[in-house]
Design a protein around this ligand. Sequence first.
Ligand code: RB5
Length: 154
Amino acid sequence: MKLAIGNDHVAVEMKQEIKKYLEEQGHEVIDVGTNSTASFNYPVSGYKAAKLVAEGKVEGAVLICGTGVGISLAANKVKGIRACVCSEPYSAKLSKQHNNSNIIAFGARVVGIEMAKMIVDAWVNAEFEGGRHATRVDMITEIEETGALKAAEE
Ligand code: RB5
């Protein structure tokens, strides 16, 4: 897969390890930064990675900050992005299979490097199942695109 990876100052070391881990598995990884431990505003890297995903320049992205929360919130403001914070592999796998997540996020202050690798493996190797899940994901897109949901008015 072609992936983006982004992080803030809290997660530089974890990002570098995960990037290397993904490359060793044959993935192409675009690093949108930061690679400095100086204080860094996570919306910047969250936005950069999300734009690459939304524009189809990469197939997905991995985002890491202290908790995974701030950076995923920023990414989710980009149209078409479904960024999910997951602290264990089961949710990471289901976020792709059922929710068609196109970004996985986690926290360098929440999970250790081995758990982070398991989360990434579960997410990268899962596929969206479509079917009834597509109906629900389409509803999420409807809310995003129209600010309303017809099914909720019935
Ligand atoms: C940085 O201190 C911290 O707020 C950030 O890494 C992240 O946890 C935000 O959600």
